[in-house]
Design a protein around this ligand. Sequence first.
Ligand code: F42
Length: 148
Amino acid sequence: MTLEGEYEPSPEQWVRDQVAEYEASNGARMNTLPDHPEWPVVVITSRGAKSGKLRKNPVMRVEKDGVYAAVASKGGAPEHPTWYHNFVAHPEVDLQDRAEKHTYSVRLAEGAEREEWWERAVAVYSPYAEYQQNTDRQIPVFLLERKD
Ligand code: F42
């Protein structure tokens, strides 16, 4: 089962384009950060906290034993990405990793578990460490566990 509803593409063109290309190719193209083959991405569909519409956002692929982390870094911006609020309001999302798409339950990692996943995330994508230095907020780390 995947989420159902009206899809509202991101207002950010590079995000919109990456999602469109990723989905159109079933995850075969645009499956890394552009020009960075060493940094794979997954695409997460969430339900808008206010609109109820489906929103799609690529994030870096951080995975262990079938569990994924979604790091709400927004490039070190002072505020959380809006999808943070979607995840909190509707803690069920779809995640596409290349050709595989499934539904996941979402929770915020805390304490030692967050530390463990934060280190894993930085090991995958080192710029996260700089993003954390550039913002006063603690960057949230969501854990996604497969439901279907
Ligand atoms: N962002 C990350 O935070 N972490 C990553 O690891 C990451 C990797 C990544 C890789 C490739 C790529 O193309 C993008 C990547 N991004 C990453 C960017 C990410 O996909 C998001 O673009 C970014 O985190 C900013 O998310 P945002 O939701 O803040 O984006 C804004 C511009 C946006 O989409 N705004 C929408 C709008 O219409 O203005 C709102 C979307 C929305 O969900 N609205 C909710 C609703 O109800 O519909 C309401 C939300 C609320 O405030 O309650």
